[in-house]
Design a protein around this ligand. Structure first.
Ligand SMILES: [Fe+2]
Length: 201
């Protein structure tokens, strides 16, 4: 089959290039993990002060390690399509979603009472979903119900984050949330929905 010159790339080369990229990403993320661990230790022992919550540092550290696990699976060509893999993802991301909601609640201006209540409600809901996913992962139960609940709740949280980020950008919501953080947690909700089979991009 004829291919345009610019697109000609044997599969083996492509695989090698991707594998190299994965290995470099793994190396760099490993260094970032060491840095984040140091940072977390310093903050937790009150040797360092930052306006970031210690739980936020722990949260992004967990995400970095999760990314490294994904890279290992990619390099080993391991499939991540078993029901158990989806449950592990749900356990991981439900906890991340719970923490996002709690960060939002803690960074809104105290006068934004209704929004704080909603964010706290999301925090509690996702705490419950995290426990459910964890229990199901241990007992290898049927996961369809948990996935359906997680999807539904993540869609609601995604809409809340989207409206919140808009509100912050339009200066209609008072907070100390950096708009980029709002956008970041919104992207993670969309990423999680994509994992659960609801990709919109
Ligand atoms: Fe996150």
């Amino acid at each position: 089959m004829l291919q345009p010159a610019g697109f000609e790339m044997p599969d083996a080369h492509m695989e090698e290039a991707v594998e190299n990229l994965d290995r470099r990403a793994y190396q760099l993320t490993a260094e970032l993990v060491v840095f984040k661990e140091q940072l977390l230790r310093s903050v937790r022992s009150c040797e360092m002060f930052t306006m970031n919550y210690p739980l936020l540092i722990e949260h992004i550290l967990r995400e970095a390690k999760h990314f490294m696990n994904m890279l290992v699976m990619l390099v080993r060509r391991e499939s991540a399509n078993r029901p158990q893999d989806l449950l592990n993802q749900e356990f991981f991301w439900n906890r991340q979603m719970a923490e996002h909601a709690k960060f939002i609640a803690g960074l809104l201006d105290p006068s934004e009472e209704a929004l704080i209540d909603t964010a706290r409600m999301f925090g509690r809901e996702f705490d419950e979903l995290t426990v459910e996913a964890q229990q199901a992962a241990r007992q290898t139960m049927d996961i369809a119900d948990i996935t359906a609940d997680s999807r539904e709740e993540t869609e609601r949280l995604r809409d809340f984050k989207a409206a919140g980020t808009e509100g912050i950008l339009e200066c209609k919501i008072q907070s100390i949330i950096v708009p980029l953080l709002g956008d970041h947690v919104l992207r993670e909700a969309n990423h999680y929905l994509c994992i659960m089979g609801m990709c919109h991009n």
